[in-house]
Design a protein around this ligand. Structure first.
Ligand code: NAD
Length: 360
């Protein structure tokens, strides 16, 4: 499929980490809207990789799955040779800050070493392409605003020029990956793009993250744990808006550049929890307001105070802006969790881990 404005075509996309939250939404969007001919999803199927996230595409001939670590160079080299991608979008990562504090090694292994090996495989593959395919090829690395550290209440929002200052093993490992991507562009001329995005929410998010955790706990009448005083601020973006941002960078972004993607929706954690409680009071009323379940727990060590994103660059250069307001996006998300009780149950009971999709 060709972008009319830029002539850039996306025939076959490799998506890594496509069984996770954002990757699965991305694959559903590109295939659902016929934006490319075929997708190869390469995923190691960690605890965060849920085949049910893409269960509806299992029989779609345009969807292909390979179970592999992004760092397994032999498998990845072969897959690239067979599939001949016109773009690679790298979502694969260990992504949960609390887990990174408990066990940092897998974060360095996947986010740093895995990304390095994936870049190496991509460079080999890229060098085998004809000139026209080289011209068209892109490697897009999906990163986070957490690489920029923490903001004070009145500080200006992060932008592409903000110095890196990561504070957790997760953000440090993502920062390392971003620098590796930069070096592959600068030193080897690999046509890379990087996006740094704020907190996502939406359908198919693993319930260890704030919004699905609070929603599912509230539905079960369990405590709603809130770190510290609940005053930490995050910028929230609906996952579909993030996926559209990634697509616009892939199609129109300037090679070698970084684009910050944000939702213009700064909220304290307490505001997020209150929004969920009010919504559930309306749609699933209980004998007491859900907010009574709020429980303040010991703060996360080194908890970043505030993230905010200035997304002027992607807006001015590529014309991207978020389509969902926080209120609309949250209403849609909570409705999705209410309607997908089976998905929620299979995730919370671990049933999804016993089911397997595709081939080794
Ligand atoms: P996720 O944890 O839901 O999914 C990660 C996926 O990667 C899983 O399917 C997992 O099986 C796979 N994976 C992990 N290690 C792998 C490896 N070594 N090889 C192959 N596959 C592997 O994560 P997510 O929330 O969908 O985030 C996707 C990407 O977006 C990550 O790179 C993350 O840093 C970035 N990001 C996330 C957010 C957010 O709010 N969730 C915000 C900004 C950026």
């Amino acid at each position: 499929m060709q972008n009319e404005e830029t002539g850039h075509s996306m025939n076959s996309i490799v998506v890594t980490g496509g069984l996770g939250f954002i990757g699965s939404n991305f694959i559903r969007m590109v295939l659902g809207e016929n934006l490319c001919d075929s997708v190869l999803n390469i995923d190691k199927q960690t605890y965060a990789g849920n085949p049910e996230n893409l269960g509806d595409l299992e029989l779609d001939p345009r969807y292909n799955f390979l179970k592999s670590d992004i760092g397994d160079s032999n498998k990845i080299d072969l897959a690239f040779r067979d599939f001949q991608p016109s773009s690679i979008v790298n979502f694969a990562a260990e992504s949960h800050v609390d887990r990174s504090i408990d066990t940092p090694e897998p974060f360095v292994e996947t986010n740093v070493l895995g990304t390095l090996r994936l870049l190496q495989s991509t460079k080999e593959y890229f060098s085998s392409l004809e000139d026209e395919s080289k011209e068209n090829f892109r490697f897009l690395h999906v990163s986070t605003d957490e690489v920029y550290g923490s903001l004070g209440k009145k500080d200006p929002a992060f932008c592409e020029n903000t110095p890196y200052s990561p504070n957790s093993p997760y953000s440090a490992s993502k920062a390392g990956a971003d620098h590796l991507v930069r070096y592959y562009n600068h030193t080897f001329g690999l046509p890379t793009l990087t996006t740094n995005c704020s907190n996502n929410y939406g359908p198919y998010q693993f319930p260890e993250k704030l919004i699905p955790l609070i929603t599912l706990n509230a539905l079960e009448g369990k405590d709603l744990p809130i770190y510290g005083d609940g005053g930490n601020i995050r910028d929230w973006l609906h996952v579909e808006d993030h996926c559209r941002g990634i697509l616009s960078v892939l199609e129109k972004g300037r090679v070698g550049e970084t684009y910050c993607i944000g939702g213009d929706s700064e909220k304290t954690n307490l505001e997020v929890v209150d929004t969920i409680c009010r919504s559930l009071d309306q749609f699933r009323p209980q004998n007491m307001p859900h907010e009574k379940l709020k429980t303040f727990v010991k703060d996360r060590p080194g908890h970043d105070q505030r993230y905010a994103i200035d997304f002027s660059k992607i807006k001015n250069e590529l014309g991207w802006i978020p389509e969902y307001s926080f209120e609309e996006g949250m209403a849609q998300t909570i409705e999705w969790y209410l309607k997908h009780a089976e998905w929620c149950e299979n995730v919370t009971t671990g049933k999804y881990q016993r089911e397997r999709l595709g081939v080794e």
